[in-house]
Design a binder for this molecule. Sequence first.
Ligand code: HEC
Length: 198
Amino acid sequence: MKTYFAFVLSVFVIISSISLFAQEAESDTSQGIVPFKVIAQEFTSTLQGILMSELKKGGPEAAVAVCSDTAQKLTAVIGEKYNVEIRRISLKYRNPKNAPRNDEEINLLKKMESEQSNASNPADEPAIKKFKSEEKMNRDKRFFTAPIKIGAPCLQCHGGEDQINLETLRKINSVYPNDKARGYKSGDFRGAVVIERK
Ligand code: HEC
């Protein structure tokens, strides 16, 4: 009974937070300001959707092209749509275009990384909590970041060299001779999505 009650309660909490979020998004859009979080979600879910379908279709060796072409194109398309500059940044970047631009970004990435690795439960990670509490306040600010983590499918291109197949490794090496974005494990902090209003 207790578990049933907890289940109903959690479903209710999830539904009400989704509708709250939808309301916020709606009222902001009507004023012409789309919240950073909505933009970040559209970007990451579109990119991940394309990546996953390409991985299914042609394996990692074919999907590498999607990552290199689509990721850069998508940042331009979404940027134009919302009048923002959107980037993915990482301390261990594959494409030098995705390197952090200044000390502020480097320090932020370092902080997000150390806070994440100290937390046993991902929901308790200070960087993520901070990100959640700031997202509302942050809506009109210039700068926004969301953490990106490594999941199992990412290892085919970002894992150890024994986890990346030979053809994929060759393609990555030819396009990104100074690649730093390998050797990751599941759950590792990978980088952040940065959005700035123009
Ligand atoms: C099919 C191979 C492949 C897979 C699978 C893949 N990536 Fe990548 N990833 C790449 C390539 C290639 C780039 C360089 C993209 C560019 O040129 O902007 C990249 C770049 C990135 C970047 C931008 C920073 C950088 O290093 O340049 C992030 C962040 C990232 N990937 C995260 C992920 C995450 C998280 C996953 C799993 C959900 C994932 N990737 C799965 C190939 C892959």
